[in-house]
Design a protein around this ligand. Structure first.
Ligand SMILES: Nc1nc2c(c(=O)[nH]1)N[C@H]1C(S)=C(S)[C@@H](COP(=O)(O)OP(=O)(O)OC[C@H]3O[C@@H](n4cnc5c(=O)[nH]c(N)nc54)[C@H](O)[C@@H]3O)O[C@H]1N2
Ligand SMILES: Nc1nc2c(c(=O)[nH]1)N[C@H]1C(S)=C(S)[C@@H](COP(=O)(O)OP(=O)(O)OC[C@H]3O[C@@H](n4cnc5c(=O)[nH]c(N)nc54)[C@H](O)[C@@H]3O)O[C@H]1N2
Ligand SMILES: [Mo]
Length: 760
């Protein structure tokens, strides 16, 4: 197989005509052309519906079309006219469907009826909603609550999520893992320790006032394309943008704004990154340490000359703690170590540090490239350290900006979907609903997987998502999942988790956000929180895919009534009929965050929750922002000692949303027609004796008695640092050991899996 078949190195910009072509293709394939007028009129606009794709902020003054290529794809995928009704399941056994690809399963279209797996026929069969709730309720009543998990996948509204966490707690556990555990949990832990807040401090308007942007480990062109508008505007003001990423991602290089006719016609792209540093996977602590060390050197030299320093001494004195220890650590760290671990020479870090040192207000953006490592928390804290050195927190135009994943993943945490009880006002819930919530911490995602593997878990309720496909250690997980007594999956489309059946398995089909949610009190509004803590209302405008769907809010209410002994302690029916009442309840539980909730629903741009660090109030134990000294320079599991072990980055393509695969192309990386590729540095490939067009096998390089290996990959030569290779998620999840997660946050370390690569 020639590279040429799969890989056509590209200089296409992000956006531009390529994105328009891609939109037309996906709208047609999903037979969803009818949704296009809605995209223009209502998508991400006040009074309309909020995109189900990423969590990036929605501006108060929207563009004519406030959607991006990937948000539109997600919408077509939701509003497809394709259906997977009971007759589809009558034609296909589950064993047969297990051989289908992720793409083909979801491509069948929307689920239309509640279904139960019938083992005698090996098929899903239609059930009534009443039958489903009666059976699920009876089963849940029989289990030990500690052995049941309530997973959430970051999309459900604030209203549904609030009810869901209350359901779990009234049922008797805090087993509320969510997709955040695989994602920005590292952020929640790191920022809470460093700054006293688990969320970012930046608001959209800060992008208008910044004069320098740093980006670490985030792929803007694919995963948050609307952020490109803010970056483009910053570039028009000549703001430097410094990127650290092992891959040269097109989104950070060139953007043609599809909403700008002049730019579309001339096809002249805006250059986004002004400096691009191809740090090796796991090398960010070292790179940041290098920058910080340079600042300290320059500061001390300037002070010795009697000139003003580079570091903001008065901010550090007034607002922070731990600087002296941090400075001593910088002095003690050698350039040899920094260069080796980051893969970047000092000469490359100097211009980055120089630009940073000259800026008045710096925003630091980051994503999974920092969070999904063994020392992911240290990665994030090192980035905060750099910002603190010059006082870039709690100031206009500056701050830390984690770019969240699912469209309401941050909001789910805000309203109590959290396994860690310290994050939840349990006393207030106890008073509000006259019950005694469980006080011990629940299971997070990795712990839930461990409980599946050990056989301790009896039942799994999934509010969206594709759990078994998204987590590490696929083979073991799929095998052990079958020992569960009950799996209930609230879903819109068929996916592989649904096909790994438990003793009893239900699929409960639900509405998507762009659909009209009609209840007794009329069409309902739902709300969500974006990456910048702003809360938005969303009103569906399309008719539901099937008359048999039930809204997520109502499903949760019905589950609660079916399984709780004291179901009347909360007004489940009233809530399901009028979501405004749920918002009243949310406000009662979280009065500071949701003051006048119902009255502020349609504030343009959303209403921001208060974030103490934004006002330089530090809710840490020390009462100050904390410099944290990382005890290592390499964020990965492998120590780099064996040159034959490469660090595998598992990535999203431009044609997927997590485990939802829209197609086999990755336009922005020039890869077409397959997802079974591994990108390698050519020198690594030649050194390992792998021929240019070889098929290869990847084997996890850990010595724990478990064989993890996958063949059938095509190798392509790719511009990557030595020792770093890349392939797609979720295909590669079979290679990730369950125990390789970030210390503290337990986020799986999906960005530097130690692997060996050999001809297959
Ligand atoms: N269209 C679309 N949008 C999405 C998603 C999607 O799948 N499709 N997923 C959503 C979700 S849930 C999430 S969490 C976000 C994810 O969005 P991102 O945070 O962008 O996550 P990834 O696509 O995994 O890419 C991480 C980036 O980090 C880089 N990287 C890998 N390792 C390292 C490292 O060690 N150091 C540095 N500096 N960089 C590194 C990779 O090359 C890649 O560019 O996007 C959300 N938005
Ligand atoms: N190797 C590797 N593994 C990773 C990652 C990685 O970068 N590398 N990233 C991790 C990250 S950041 C995340 S967030 C997780 C994602 O993990 P999940 O959130 O569990 O997975 P998704 O693929 O987003 O879930 C897709 C399914 O959700 C259902 N769905 C879609 N929309 C709705 C809706 O509106 N309501 C309901 N009820 N269901 C809906 C559909 O049935 C669809 O099949 O994966 C993690 N796993
Ligand atoms: Mo995520």
């Amino acid at each position: 197989m020639s590279d040429q078949k799969w890989h056509h190195p590209t200089d296409q910009p992000t956006g531009g005509w390529g994105s328009v072509k891609s939109l037309v293709k996906h709208a047609t394939r999903q037979r969803a052309v009818h949704s296009v007028p809605g995209l223009v009129a209502a998508h991400n606009k006040t009074g309309g519906y909020m995109c189900t794709s990423c969590a990036w902020a929605k501006p108060g003054k929207p563009h004519t079309a406030e959607f991006c290529e990937n948000g539109a794809k997600a919408t077509f995928w939701d509003l497809t006219t394709r259906r997977a009704p009971p007759s589809f399941f009558a034609r296909h056994t589950v064993s047969e469907l297990l051989r289908w690809s992720d793409h083909d399963l979801e491509h069948e279209g929307r689920l239309t009826h509640p279904l139960r797996y019938d083992a005698t026929q090996d098929r899903y069969v239609e059930v009534t909603w009443d039958e489903a709730y009666a059976d699920i309720g009876a089963k849940l009543k029989g289990y030990d609550p500690a052995r049941v998990v309530f997973y959430a996948s970051g999309r459900a509204s604030l209203e549904t999520s609030y009810m869901y966490q209350l359901l779990a707690r009234m049922y008797g556990n805090n087993n509320l893992p969510d997709s955040s555990n695989m994602c920005h949990e590292t952020t929640s832990v790191a920022l809470a320790e460093s700054l006293g807040t688990p969320v970012g401090t930046v608001l959209l308007e800060d992008f208008h006032h910044t004069d320098c942007i740093l980006s670490f480990g985030q792929n803007v062109g694919t995963n948050s394309p609307r952020l490109l508008h803010d970056l483009q505007q910053a570039r028009e003001r000549d703001v430097p943008i410094i990127v650290f990423n092992p891959l040269r991602e097109r989104g950070w290089e060139a953007f043609v704004n599809p909403q700008d006719p002049g730019q579309m016609l001339s096809n002249k792209a805006t250059q986004i990154a002004t400096q691009y540093h191809q740090v090796r996977a796991g090398g960010d602590i070292a790179a940041l340490m290098g920058m910080a060390k340079l600042l300290l050197d320059w500061h001390e030299a300037a002070r010795a000359r009697g000139e003003p320093g580079v570091i903001d001494e008065s901010f550090i004195a007034e607002h922070t703690t731990g600087f002296e220890a941090f400075a001593a650590h910088l002095r003690g760290t050698s350039w040899d170590d920094i260069e080796r671990e980051s893969g970047l020479p000092r000469a490359a870090l100097e211009p980055a540090a120089r630009t940073y040192a000259g800026a008045r207000a710096v925003i630091a953006i980051y994503g999974m490239g920092l969070t999904q490592h063994r020392y992911g928390v240290e990665n994030v804290q090192m980035l905060v350290n750099l910002l603190l050195m010059r006082g870039h927190i709690g100031r206009r135009g500056a701050g830390i900006c984690p770019v969240r994943g699912h469209s309401n993943v941050q909001g789910q945490r805000t309203v109590g979907i959290a396994e860690r009880t310290a994050l939840v006002p349990l006393d207030r819930l106890a008073r509000q609903y006259r019950f005694e919530p469980p006080r011990e911490d629940g299971l997070n995602t990795v712990q839930a997987c461990e409980a599946v593997v050990s056989g301790e878990l009896q039942a799994f309720i999934g509010l969206g998502g594709n759990f078994v496909r998204a987590v590490p250690e696929r083979e073991l997980m799929e095998r052990k999942w079958r020992d569960l007594d009950l799996s209930v999956q609230i879903a819109t489309k068929l996916n592989r988790t649904h096909l790994i059946t438990a003793r009893t398995t239900y699929l409960l089909p639900t509405l998507v956000r762009s659909e009209i949610d009609m209840q007794a009190s009329g069409p309902q509004i739902v709300t969500m929180e974006d990456s910048t803590t702003c809360i938005h209302a969303s009103r569906g405008r399309h008719p539901p895919a099937s008359a048999h769907l039930m809204s997520e809010t109502r499903i949760v209410a019905r589950l609660a009534k079916a399984c709780l002994p004291d179901a009347d302690k909360a007004p489940w029916d009233i809530w399901a009929a009028d979501y405004g009442q749920v918002r009243e309840a949310i406000e009662a539980t979280f009065p500071e965050d949701f003051r006048d909730f119902n009255a502020r629903l349609d504030q343009p741009g959303g209403f921001p929750r208060p974030v103490a660090a934004r006002e330089r109030r530090w809710l840490t134990d020390a009462g100050k922002a904390c410099f944290k000294v990382p005890g290592m320079l390499n964020a990965s599991f492998d120590d780099g000692a064996d040159p034959d072990v490469l660090r595998l980055v598992t990535l999203r393509s431009n044609d997927q949303f997590n485990t939802t695969v829209y197609g086999n192309d990755d336009r922005l990386r020039g890869i077409r027609g397959t997802r079974m590729i591994v990108m390698m540095n050519r020198q690594d490939r030649e050194r390992l004796g792998i021929a240019r067009h070889a098929k290869v096998r990847l084997t996890t390089a850990v010595d724990d008695g478990v064989a993890r290996s996958m063949g059938g990959f095509d190798v392509i030569d790719y511009d990557l640092p030595l020792g770093t290779c890349a392939a797609y998620y979720p295909e590669c999840n079979a290679l990730i050991p369950l125990w390789q997660y970030a210390r503290e946050s337990m986020t799986p370390a999906a960005k530097s899996v130690p692997v060996r690569i050999a001809a297959d």
